[in-house]
Design a protein around this ligand. Sequence first.
Ligand code: ZN
Length: 274
Amino acid sequence: MHVMGTPQSYRVRSFKEFIGNAEMKAYFLAVLASFLLARQTGVNPLPKGERVMLMGESRTGKTEMVNLFLQAVSCLEFNLESQSLCKLPCRNCAYNFHIDGDAGLFAEFSALTCSNLVINHIPIDCTKLTSAAQLKDYLALVSDKTIASQGTTIVFMDECHRLARWNMDHMILKAIEQSQAFFILASAEAGQLEQMLINRCVVLSTETAEPDEFENWIISISNQYDIQCEAKAVIALGKKAEYKPGLALNCLTKAMRLGGVLTERIVQEWRKEI
Ligand SMILES: [Zn+2]
């Protein structure tokens, strides 16, 4: 199958496409199953709130997993058996809920009605927060939306190690304890987080795939973009990319631009951009 664009713009459409991160995948699939059920009943699937802390270096798949989960929760025809979004993206699952757009902190606030359940998606990129007051406003919005919509609110706080410790302790902790929203926190720096905050969450760490699984994945992605692969180059790329999909896609994009063959030389000369 040929896919448009470059490997760099490759977007996962099914949980089955993920390699590594088995525990994280199992967690999100379980939460997703309760959301899909709740869409029929209209009852908040997580009445007591739920908090998960995803830990792991950048490019290890945290954001991709969260984005797929958010799309799946809202997709009009998510298939639990194939773990896939609809074949042709519906208006909901075409959207990148995790991204803050041009407007900065969180550009898009969307309340989507999926059958009987209203779902609010609120992304907060902690690298873009400029003051404690701003954070307070967003947390107030989380609380307001959760109450007003009588549905459920999903908050994705990315790079939360960038928050000042005082804010973690006094604001986030309180918000996650009092709110019925589902908080998904992500961080690349476990050492910079308040232990109290970690203790309140289900903690899941990213795990890289096994080398052979990763190499097969490189070949499968290459096929989709009509990139030929030298066997040695595939092995070399896995090692050099440290078995991180995001990094490997970067090199495959380079191979595509340089004529569509992944050679050992391309891998050697590729400069990792993290
Ligand atoms: Zn869809």
